[in-house]
Design a protein around this ligand. Structure first.
Ligand SMILES: NC(=O)c1ccc[n+]([C@@H]2O[C@H](COP(=O)([O-])OP(=O)(O)OC[C@H]3O[C@@H](n4cnc5c(N)ncnc54)[C@H](O)[C@@H]3O)[C@@H](O)[C@H]2O)c1
Length: 221
């Protein structure tokens, strides 16, 4: 798990509640099963994993979360920490918005799309069969914790989906913002490729690094 996640959660929870309420706060974690497997978190809180996909982003999964919170005796002072992409943030946020008529929640997005969009705006919800985001509620997260290390394991197509959102926002902002976004994304792609190369041993590493110019040599890659 990224080193400071637990400290960030503690700080965010303290910021979210008055200090004199601290003793009553119980933290619960809802985490994407893939993220849990890849990052092996050792957080000292009751934790429920969920397989993050559109088919699971429905009221049946939300009911499982409600049921689990009930079994864990979660009260109104509980805080739900959602760790995952947009699917987990959306459905965890909705579960929090509706459990006991609303408890606090914190999002820790693990995809770029969720970092720049889904985790931040307070739009929560689930699909109704084929109808996307048909049922939901507006409820702002008490905090959003961005840990860029999560992006190291994100599949390329998911990263591209996030880049798309960044570029869309920049386009809507204006020409200068778009040019800046392009420059930042180019640099980010180079950095990521180098990091992935460094994580691989021996020949794979050398092969990747041969293909991947270092940032200083990297006008476009
Ligand atoms: N609430 C909003 O404002 C808002 C805005 C945009 C999108 N959304 C919603 O977000 C959802 C899409 O979110 P998404 O693009 O983040 O996809 P996602 O949550 O479905 O995640 C995509 C895939 O990446 C995996 N994954 C997540 N983090 C990972 C990591 N660090 N390393 C490796 N794999 C990882 C997941 O397990 C999943 O397989 C949609 O349901 C959409 O409706 C909501």
């Amino acid at each position: 798990m990224p080193v400071h996640i637990q400290e960030h959660i503690t700080a965010a929870v303290q910021g979210a509640k008055h200090a004199d309420c601290d003793q009553n706060i119980k933290i619960f974690v809802l985490i994407d099963s893939k993220v849990a497997e890849l990052w092996k978190p050792a957080l000292p809180y009751p934790t429920m994993t969920v397989e993050a996909n559109e088919a699971n982003k429905n009221i049946a999964t939300v009911m499982q979360v409600w049921q689990w919170l009930t079994e864990q005796s979660a009260t109104r002072d509980a805080i739900l920490v959602n760790i995952g992409g947009g699917v987990v943030c959306d459905l965890g946020g909705f579960a929090a918005a509706t459990y006991l008529r609303g408890i606090d929640y914190i999002n820790i997005p693990t995809t770029l799309l969720a970092m720049v969009d889904a985790a931040t705006g307070g739009k929560t919800g689930v699909n109704l069969k084929m109808l996307k985001n048909r049922v939901g509620a507006f409820r702002m997260p008490k905090a959003v914790i961005i840990e860029p290390a999560f992006l190291e394991t994100l599949p390329q197509e998911e990263l591209l989906s996030g880049y798309g959102e960044v570029l869309k926002t920049a386009l809507l902002t204006g020409e200068k913002a778009y040019a800046e976004a392009i420059a930042i994304l180019e640099s980010a792609v180079c950095d990521r490729n180098v990091k992935i190369g460094e994580r691989n041993a021996g020949g794979t590493k050398r092969a990747l690094l041969r293909k991947t110019p270092r940032r200083k040599d990297c006008a476009r890659c």
